[in-house]
Design a protein around this ligand. Structure first.
Ligand code: GLU
Length: 470
């Protein structure tokens, strides 16, 4: 490949009903590589399995990619729609003599394999039709097979795995077209990647052997082989292959848990790729830095703690307006009660306090609960404990001091500190039950900030709800 050829990558999922986290990472790497090089990122839906390839399953892939912010160039390609083209290429290969018609029946193939096994040979099928004269072809159903080289070696120079060699005698004559004219998966992928102009195939290392077989198909078609990067699959925290139990979920489940797409991208990039010791970075930085050489050779382990941690950092570094919009989108996507106009304004205005400690969007909402919930508030256990008789008495006495103070965070702090001193108490002894009265929880933004947002009347009303006079 010449150095100046523009980069074209692709993501080629089979629609399974959701965008799996491993697929999302593959898509992300291909997207980053294309964007880094100012190239093209294509999407191909491998929808030849008609039973599974429903419009809903395809839509789930689109939705997952869109949520992650991975925009693809042009329209998605349907593999199924290209069946005639796959057959055409197989016929060209027949004409070039790099493929042949094989009339062997299933029974004959089984018997040949059995015989090979009995003779302690590898159970590869050597078709008697490989070198048959077309004049001797019967008028029977046939498959089209690749005329793979029998000697020599096939080498895949992989950007991650290095140079891997297969002895050609271990690779059999693959079927390209079945007897009903339907292409095999292996053949369809090669034809599609070639026609789409794909220069770099970045995918899971479960496809590594396919790369050798596909290289032979490229050669038989007379085409250049693309560059390959086979990335180790993601493992669970225990080092075992990722399963549901470990977090092998669809990306929409992470959306529903309230992770930001930017955090998810950052986290997924680090699952198998590194840039020195950098853990927290923006997508713009990732695009600038991404290369195939820094893909790791050993499987990355999924780590929820790390995801949470990164997520918190992304929430804190988000622009307040963008973050408020994300929160509103989350509320809508989860069918939570919509915010009133006033609450929306409060959300935008208080984002600095809300995001300080939150690791997910539900945690931002939890911080906002003090203005999202109406009186009388429900009190959790911690809040109830804080509101003992002594505290209630104190809070009741506080209300008269709040009637005339000028209502700003600074003034409120001065006033409440003075009140605590008059009561012979530390500030916390007043602030903690006050927090409970204002939001019904033991954890919240600062009491002074909450009081400013709630206003004088609502603040005093909430205090009197838990600390009535008399
Ligand atoms: N459709 C294949 C899969 O879902 C990917 C094929 C490829 O990337 O070459 O695993």
């Amino acid at each position: 490949m010449s150095a100046t050829k523009p980069v074209i990558t692709r993501f080629a999922p089979s629609p399974t009903g959701y965008l799996h986290i491993g697929g999302a990472r593959t898509a992300l790497f291909n997207w980053l590589f294309a964007r880094h090089h100012g190239g093209t990122f294509l999407l191909r839906i491998e929808d030849t399995d008609r039973a599974r390839s429903t419009p809903e399953a395809t839509e789930a892939i689109y939705a997952g990619l869109r949520w992650l912010g991975l925009d693809w160039d042009g329209d998605a390609v349907s593999q199924f729609a290209r069946i005639a083209r796959h057959a055409e290429v197989a016929r060209d290969m027949l004409a070039r003599g790099t493929a042949y018609k094989c009339f062997a029946t299933q029974g004959e193939i089984e018997a040949a394999r059995e015989a090979a096994r009995a003779a302690k040979q590898p159970p590869l099928f050597h078709s008697p039709w490989r070198d048959a004269d077309p004049a001797d072809h019967p008028d029977l159903p046939f498959v089209v097979r690749l005329k793979a080289p029998k000697t020599g070696e096939t080498v895949v120079n992989d950007h991650v795995q290095g140079s891997i060699t297969w002895k050609n005698e271990t690779l059999d004559d693959l079927i390209l077209l079945r007897s009903d004219g339907v292409p095999t998966y292996m053949h369809a992928v090669v034809v599609d990647d070639h026609d789409m102009g794909v220069t770099h195939v970045i995918r899971g290392d479960d496809h590594l052997t396919n790369a050798a077989r596909q290289s032979l198909i490229y050669q038989a078609a007379g085409w250049d082989v693309p560059e390959f990067a086979h990335v180790p699959l993601i493992h669970g925290e225990d080092g075992k292959k990722l399963s549901k139990r470990h977090g092998a979920l669809g990306v929409e489940e992470y959306r529903d848990m309230g992770y930001l797409p930017a955090a998810m991208r950052n986290y997924l990039i680090r699952l198998g790729w590194s840039h020195g010791d950098d853990e927290f970075f923006s997508t713009a930085q990732a695009i600038e830095w991404f290369n195939l050489d820094s893909l790791g050779k050993s499987p990355a382990r999924f780590d929820f703690k790390k995801l949470e941690n990164l997520s918190g950092q992304h929430i804190r570094s988000s622009d307040n307006t963008d973050l408020a919009r994300e929160v509103l989108a989350f509320v809508a996507s989860q069918n939570l009660p919509p915010l009133s106009e006033k609450q929306e304004t409060q959300l935008f205005e208080t984002m600095d306090q809300l995001k300080e400690r939150a690791k997910t969007l539900p945690e931002v909402l939890e911080m906002a609960r003090y203005f999202l919930k109406e009186r009388p508030l429900d009190m959790d256990q911690r809040a109830q404990e804080l509101l003992d008789t002594v505290s209630r008495g104190m809070l009741n006495r506080l209300t008269s001091r709040l009637q005339h103070v000028s209502w700003s965070a600074d003034n409120l702090e001065i006033e409440i500190r003075a009140f605590a001193e008059d009561e012979g108490q530390k500030l916390g002894k007043v602030a903690q039950p006050l927090r409970a009265a204002l939001c019904g929880r033991g954890v919240s933004p600062s009491v002074f900030d909450m009081m400013v947002t709630l206003g004088r009347d609502e603040t005093i009303a909430r205090i009197l709800d838990v600390a009535p006079t008399g």
